[in-house]
Design a binder for this molecule. Structure first.
Ligand SMILES: [Zn+2]
Length: 161
């Protein structure tokens, strides 16, 4: 067998030419085919957008397991405080975030159709652009919440006197 790019002789069945490094077998794009999908090595790695955006990111990539956080969060919100479900939903949220951080790319490749690895990377890069504005928004929200709680607490203490 000879390389079709450089013409040198190579071992039969080679996927990559040992002389010029050209790819001889085009990797089949299996994105969006669920468990049957073969996840390309180059997209593996941490996905911080999936970590921070959570179920919003999951919904856009057909990663529906991320919606578990919404369900437990909603139950935690309406469940009585004594049940401890609020804390439980917090733990579920944290575990899910870490799961999406490490497995997000793989789940997205399995869940949604991408034209190519390049398109996948472009989509993730677009999410990443919104990451810092989003985190800044969350921090701002927390600061406002803390101020409101502090003000309400002060008002409450005044009434006690
Ligand atoms: Zn070659």
């Amino acid at each position: 067998m000879f390389c079709k790019f450089c013409g040198k002789e190579i071992a039969p069945g080679s996927a990559v030419c040992e002389h010029c490094g050209a790819k001889l077998v085009e990797a089949v794009n299996t994105s969006g085919t669920g468990n049957a999908a073969v996840v390309p090595e180059e997209i593996k790695g941490l996905n911080w957008s999936a970590f921070w955006f959570g179920w919003i990111w999951g919904l856009c990539h057909n990663v529906y397991v991320s919606l578990l956080v919404v369900i437990t969060g909603a139950i935690g919100f309406i469940a009585p405080k004594e049940s401890g479900f609020g804390g439980f939903s917090g733990v579920v949220g944290l575990v899910m975030s870490i799961f999406l951080l490490t497995k997000g790319n793989e789940l997205a490749w399995r869940g949604r159709r991408f034209e190519s690895v390049e398109e996948f990377k472009a989509v993730q890069a677009a999410w990443k652009k919104w990451l810092w504005p989003y985190i800044a928004f969350l921090v701002l929200l927390c600061v406002i919440l803390i101020i409101v709680i502090a003000l309400c607490g002060a008002k409450f203490l005044q009434q006690c006197k």
